[in-house]
Design a protein around this ligand. Structure first.
Ligand code: COA
Ligand code: AMP
Length: 631
């Protein structure tokens, strides 16, 4: 069956389609029904089931005789370590950690925050939570104390599992002091912490609160898998919205299992036993779905890579990993390839390795620019497949499903809607737009299994953010168009979210931090185009009258403030002091116009602008930073 038939089959009988896909999962109580629409427009899937995620990701493979198969290959060029963990070993490690957590009182429904670097223990922690029905919330290591504290307060975890440090090229980032500070700042203190000591920077433990990873598990009986209802949250993953308060995306257990298992064959084209590598971080949704859960649920070998595409030690690292571990599918963000291309434009490193096992490269996380796709295709000699999704969805909205049928690639498009997704392009009034016209990209409800049913502790925000603008549809927050063949083109966000090196960040959140600086009266943060990272945040600061500090000092302090409050991942390094910000007569800051000026694009003078002369001042300020066509 080709894509068109599979898609039409889903459309004709969504219930039958997902019940069929559900056969790939081991159930304690199998589904008799797929969709539960009793609470529309909030939908749930497989609510009449009982199931355990860890059983499906680990135990069942041991049970079926594949215990000696590699589950995780850890490859860490930053520590010069490599380690393989078989499914049988993984089962032992996960059951042991889960036993420790259970002995300390963690049970089904309790939250556990995980703040770890890219080590196999991060996956073991996630799976141990899943084994108990505890709800994990992984926080990316590049976030600082304040961001971690906000997430702790929202999730109210019983426990936190952390590594003592993370390793970035050229520096060791001590996580433990950041964790201690976050717990200090938070109002919902965890009962205990489990700390994995890394030899690069072991941490001081706080007696009575912190337990050392190994000692914590010693002499304790391993835990069995706890069956949970299909709609039980598997995890919460916080992602950036328009404000500094992140959105806690909830992932439902059963839909997550069914759909991820389905994608491995249908979208990525891999068979159980194949080596699958998502070069991302467990702190992001790509890491949740495609470093941890999907490959393990499907019985693949997943790679946990602790390094960067360049500089660890060179631009050939990716090819070495593919060669050494016989990687069949690589999934990463376009920015990683831009980084490699910049250092090794002739791809000389490729020739040093045997990458013949590589079948397909998948890109996601940000818009894939044609140059990067063409370069990757040329140097790797394999299909390069762009696919589009979000933290909220957990899997592809649009892709080229090579496991079903490889459709013609149209560069600049992540291809077509996957089964489960009925995509439309609407104008501001909610009317469908014809092919080729730019509008809001929306999905007709219900969303397919695995997608968010709601936001943690914030059902009203869920409805307001995603369901209210276009009743009957889920608003993706992306703008774009669809061509006559149903190929989608994702052009821009419709909100204040920017995408820096495939990382989703809130300019609103950065503005909140800047506004708290005592010398800043008003500010605006925009995303400017960057050749390597796609976008970079850039701040405009209006200072208080009478400040005695120099603009230079204020900028320096503001850059440090964002680094301290949000974290290095914000990559906030550009800011400039201006007298005033361009606004409409009603006081709305004209961020869109500022972006166009910064990127050197033509713009229309907004009819409602308060004082057009301000735009010249903005242009001058941007030129001082090397933007607005100054080059
Ligand atoms: N813990 C602590 N700090 C971290 C971190 C972590 N886990 N991850 C990143 N940081 C820090 C970095 O050290 C850097 O700090 P600096 O300002 O002192 O240099 C900052 O956060 C920005 O990190 P990053 O965005 O990774 O930029 P980079 O310049 O170090 O590397 C790329 C650029 C393109 C090589 C890198 O972003 C990359 O490989 N991205 C693609 C893959 C990816 O992870 N995509 C995510 C979604 S699929
Ligand atoms: P995140 O939730 O961090 O995965 O970010 C999701 C957002 O990243 C989407 O809403 C898009 O704006 C952007 N994005 C992800 N994948 C793509 C893609 N393939 N093409 C264009 N934009 C993408």
């Amino acid at each position: 069956m080709g894509y068109a038939e599979v898609y039409a089959g889903w459309k004709a009988d969504p219930e039958g389609f997902w019940l069929e896909a559900a056969k790939g999962i081991d159930w304690v109580e199998p589904p008799t029904k797929a969709l539960n629409d009793s609470n529309a427009p909030l939908y749930e899937w497989f609510t009449d089931t009982k199931v355990n995620t860890c059983w499906n990701a680990v135990d069942r493979h041991v049970e079926s005789g594949n215990g000696s198969r590699a589950a995780i290959i850890y490859d860490s060029p930053v520590t010069n370590q490599k380690r393989t963990i078989t499914y049988a070993e993984l089962q032992e490690k996960v059951a042991s950690l889960a036993g420790g957590l259970a002995a300390k009182g963690v049970t089904k429904g309790d939250r556990v925050v995980i703040y770890m670097s890219m080590v196999p223990e991060a996956l073991i922690s996630m799976l141990a939570c899943a084994r108990l029905g505890a709800i994990h919330s992984v926080v990316f290591g590049g976030f600082a104390s304040n961001e971690l504290a906000v997430r702790i307060d929202d999730a109210a975890p019983k426990a936190i599992i952390a590594t003592s440090c993370g390793i970035e090229p050229g520096r060791i980032v001590e996580y433990k002091p950041l964790l201690d500070e976050a717990i200090n700042l938070s109002t919902r203190k965890p009962e205990f912490c489990v700390i994995l000591q890394r030899e690069q920077a072991p941490a001081d433990l706080i007696e009575g609160r912190d337990c050392e990873w190994n000692a914590f598990q010693e002499g304790i009986a391993p835990a069995e898998c706890v069956p949970v209802e299909g709609s039980h949250p598997a995890y919460i993953l916080y992602t950036s919205g328009t404000t500094g308060q992140p959105k806690g995306v909830v992932r439902p257990t059963a839909g997550h299992l069914v759909v991820l298992n389905w994608t491995m064959k249908s979208i990525y084209g891999v068979e159980p036993g194949d080596v699958y590598w998502a070069a991302s971080d467990v702190g992001w949704v790509v890491g949740h779905s495609y470093i941890c859960y999907a490959p393990l649920i499907h019985g693949n070998t997943t790679i946990v890579f602790e390094g960067k595409p360049v500089g660890t030690p060179d631009a050939g690292t990716f090819w070495r990993v593919i060669d050494e571990h016989k990687v069949k599918v690589l999934f990463t963000a376009p920015t990683a390839f831009r980084a490699i291309k910049r250092q090794d434009p002739q791809a000389e490193f490729v020739g040093k390795y045997d990458i013949s096992t590589l079948q397909t490269l998948f890109l996601a996380g940000e818009r894939a620019d044609p140059d990067t796709i063409e370069w990757a295709e040329r140097v790797l000699g394999v299909p390069v497949i762009d696919h589009w999704w979000q933290t909220e969805t957990g899997w592809s909205i649009a892709a080229n499903p090579v496991g079903i049928e490889q459709l013609p690639v149209k560069i600049g498009s992540p291809s077509v809607a996957m089964p489960g997704w009925n995509m439309q392009i609407l104008d501001e009034g909610g009317h469908p737009l014809p092919a080729g016209e730019l509008g809001a990209i929306v999905a007709k409800l219900p969303l397919p299994p695995g997608t968010l049913p709601t936001l943690w502790n914030a059902e009203d925000r869920f409805k307001k953010s995603y369901l209210s603008q276009f009743p009957g549809y889920y608003e993706t927050g992306d703008a774009g168009y669809m061509d006559e063949d149903g190929y989608l083109y994702i052009m821009a966000r419709t909100d204040d979210v920017i995408n820096v090196a495939g990382h989703r960040l809130s300019t609103g959140g950065m503005e909140e931090v800047l506004a708290a600086h005592p010398d800043v009266a008003e500010c605006a943060v925009i995303g400017v185009t960057d050749e390597l990272k796609g976008q970079l945040p850039l701040g405009f600061l209006c200072t208080n009258a009478g400040t005695t500090k120099s603009s230079e000092d204020i900028v320096k302090e503001c850059v440090q403030l964002v680094r301290d409050k949000i974290g290095p991942v914000a990559a906030f390094k550009l800011a400039v002091v201006v007298d005033r910000l361009p606004k409409t007569r009603s006081g709305k800051i004209l961020r869109g116009t500022m972006v166009k000026i910064a990127d050197g694009e033509a713009y229309k003078m907004p009819a409602t602008i308060d004082d057009p002369a301000i735009l010249d001042e903005i242009s001058e300020a941007l030129q001082s930073l090397g933007y607005a066509g100054s080059a």
